[in-house]
Design a protein around this ligand. Structure first.
Ligand code: NAD
Length: 484
C-alpha cells in the first residue's frame, strides 16, 4: 500500500435499511495506523441521528420481536455464511484500519461468523420453566422475552468481534439494535452491516452510526425506547455510562478493561511457556482486554524464563499486517503509542531493565515489543492496563503472596496460571478474583462460554447462554385456576 492514496471509501450510517449521511453533513477521516494513510472517511453523526435510528429500531421491534426464533435464526445463519464467504476481503479492510496481521483479522471474521451461527441456534433453547405452586388454584411459569431496542457501543481493538458478540445475541433474542462502533475502525463495522443486510435482516432491525460518541451515548441513555446499553470499552467510559444510567435506570452490560496476572509455577516446561508467553502477550500488539500483563514467574525458573522470553521478543517480526510473516502490527493511534512509550520510559527511570525488539519504520504508530525486568510493582507498567506490547516479569517465591499481588488491582477480567501441579492449579483458580482463569492456556474464552469481568472490569456477561439472557427479560406468568 502506498502513502497518500487518499480517501477510498466514504462510509454512511445505516438507518432503517438505508445508507444515509449524518444530519450535520460533516465527515471525519480514518487513518491506517501502520503508514498513516487515509483509508476512509465516515459521516459524523450526533444525538439527532441517533434519535432517528432509535425510532427506526423501536418501529422494527414490533414485528422483529414477533417473528419466531426459527425465522430469526435463518437470517443470522445466512449472515454467518456470507461472512465466511467474504472473510478474506473483509479482513483486508480490517487490516487497513487496525494494523493487525491479516491472519488475526481473518480469524476475527471467522469468529464473528461463529457467533452469529451459535446465537442463532442457542436462541431456540431459551426455555422458561414451570414452577409447582403451594396452592391448588394456582399455576406458575416463567417465559423469556426480548428487552426492546438495545444500544451497542464498542471498542476498536476487536472491531469485528466486539460488535458481533453483542449484535448476534441481541438480534437472536428478538431485540433491535442501534450500534456505534469505534471511529478508529469503522470499515469492519460497516462490512458487518453489509453482511447482515445481504442476509435479509428487515429494515430498522439493525442500525449503525458513525460519529460523536458522547452525544450518541447521551441520546441512548436519555431515550426511553432504549432498554439497555451494551458497552465494550474502557472502565473510564463505563463509569460515565453508569452515572448516566443512574438517572434513567437504563440497564447496562459492561465489558471493560483488565490487568491480567500470569502466575508461572516452577514445575512447567520453562522454554515452551516462555515462548508462548511472548506470543500471547503480543497478540494484537497487546491491545487485548484479556492480554496477559503482569508475569509472576517462580524464582526457581525466573532466570531461564527471562533469557528465553528476551530472545523470543527480540525476534518477533513487527511490521505491516498485509505482509506475510508479520507477527505484530502498530498500535491503533498516536495517543496510544505515546502513552505506551511513556510507560516504558517511566519504568526504566524507576530502575527497570528493558529488552526491546525492532520496529519497521518511524512512520506509523509502532512500539517495539518490550520485556521489563527489575520492575517496581508501584509503577504504571504493573498497575495500569498497558494496552501495548510490554511484558513486565516479576519473580515470586510464595504462592499466597503471589495471589495477593495478582488480586491487588481494581480490575478482575482474565488471569492465567501455568503449572503441572493439580493442587496448585485448584488453589490458584479458586483464589484469583477474576471472571476468567486460564489454566495452562492463553484463551480462557469461547463463543459458547460466558465472558465477563469481576470488580471494575464489568457488569454482566457476553457469549455463552449467559450472553443471550443479557438481552431478554424473565417474566413470571401466574394463573388462577378453578375446577381442576
Ligand atoms: P473507550 O472507552 O475509549 O471507547 C470505547 C467505545 O466507547 C468507542 O466506541 C468510543 O467511541 C465510545 N465512547 C467514548 N466516549 C464515550 C462516551 N462519553 N459515551 C459513550 N460512548 C463513548 O475504549 P477504547 O480505548 O476504544 O478501547 C479500549 C478499552 O476497551 C480497554 O480498556 C479494553 O480493555 C476495553 N475492552 C474490553 C473488552 C471486554 O470484553 N471486557 C473487550 C475489548 C476492549
Amino acid at each position: 500500500m502506498e502513502r497518500g492514496q487518499g480517501v477510498r471509501t466514504m462510509l454512511l450510517n445505516y438507518i432503517n435499511g438505508e445508507y444515509v449521511i449524518a444530519a450535520s453533513e460533516e465527515m471525519q477521516t480514518v487513518v491506517n495506523p501502520a503508514n498513516e494513510d487515509v483509508v476512509a472517511a465516515i459521516t459524523w453523526s450526533n444525538g439527532a441521528d441517533c434519535k432517528l435510528a432509535i425510532d427506526a429500531a423501536q418501529a422494527a421491534f414490533k414485528s422483529w420481536s414477533k417473528t419466531n426464533v426459527y425465522q430469526r435464526s435463518a437470517i443470522l445463519k445466512k449472515a454467518a455464511d456470507i461472512i465466511r464467504a467474504n472473510a478474506a476481503d473483509y479482513a483486508e479492510h480490517t487490516v487497513s484500519e487496525s494494523g493487525k496481521p491479516l491472519a488475526e483479522a481473518k480469524g476475527e471474521w471467522m469468529v464473528a461468523a461463529n457467533l452469529f451461527e451459535w446465537f442463532a441456534e442457542e436462541a431456540k433453547r431459551s426455555y422458561g420453566r414451570t414452577i409447582p405452586a403451594n396452592r391448588n388454584d394456582k399455576r406458575m411459569m416463567t417465559i423469556w422475552q426480548p428487552m426492546g431496542v438495545v444500544g451497542v457501543i464498542t471498542a476498536w481493538n476487536f472491531p469485528v468481534y466486539n460488535p458481533a458478540r453483542a449484535w448476534a445475541a441481541a438480534l437472536a433474542s428478538g431485540c433491535t439494535v442501534v450500534a456505534k462502533g469505534s471511529e478508529f475502525t469503522p470499515l469492519s463495522t460497516f462490512y458487518l452491516v453489509v453482511a447482515l443486510n445481504e442476509a435479509g435482516l428487515p429494515a430498522g432491525v439493525l442500525n449503525n452510526l458513525f460519529g460523536d460518541a458522547a452525544s450518541i451515548g447521551e441520546e441512548m441513555l436519555a431515550n426511553a425506547h432504549v432498554k439497555k446499553i451494551s458497552f465494550t470499552g474502557s472502565t473510564r467510559v463505563g463509569k460515565l455510562l453508569m452515572d448516566g444510567a443512574s438517572k434513567t435506570n437504563t440497564k447496562l452490560s459492561l465489558e471493560l478493561g483488565g490487568n491480567a496476572p500470569v502466575i508461572i509455577n516452577h514445575d512447567v516446561d520453562v522454554e515452551a511457556v516462555a515462548k508462548s508467553s511472548v506470543i500471547a502477550k503480543l497478540r494484537n500488539a497487546g491491545q487485548v482486554c484479556i492480554a496477559p500483563q503482569r508475569f509472576f514467574v517462580h524464582e526457581k525458573i525466573y532466570n531461564q524464563f527471562v533469557e528465553v522470553a528476551s530472545e523470543a521478543i527480540k525476534n518477533i517480526k513487527v511490521g505491516y499486517g498485509w505482509e506475510a510473516g508479520t507477527q505484530m502490527g502498530p498500535l491503533i493511534n498516536q495517543r496510544q503509542q505515546q502513552q505506551v512509550l511513556k510507560l516504558i520510559e517511566d519504568a526504566e527511570q524507576a530502575g527497570a531493565t528493558a529488552v526491546k525488539g525492532d520496529i519497521p519504520s518511524a512512520t506509523g504508530w509502532f512500539v517495539p515489543p518490550t520485556l521489563l525486568t527489575g520492575v517496581d510493582q508501584h509503577t504504571e507498567a504493573v498497575n495500569m492496563e498497558i494496552f501495548g506490547p510490554v511484558m513486565p516479569v516479576i519473580p515470586f517465591s510464595d504462592k499466597n503472596e503471589v495471589v495477593e499481588w495478582a488480586n491487588n488491582t481494581p480490575y478482575g477480567l482474565a488471569s492465567y496460571v501455568w503449572t503441572n501441579n493439580i493442587n496448585d492449579a485448584f488453589f490458584f483458580s479458586e483464589a484469583l478474583e477474576f471472571g476468567m482463569v486460564g489454566i495452562n492456556e492463553w484463551a480462557p474464552h469461547g463463543t459458547e462460554a460466558p465472558f465477563g469481568g469481576w470488580k471494575q472490569s464489568g457488569l454482566g456477561h457476553e457469549s455463552g447462554s449467559e450472553g443471550l439472557y443479557e438481552y431478554m427479560e424473565k417474566k413470571l406468568v401466574s394463573w388462577g385456576v378453578t375446577g381442576i
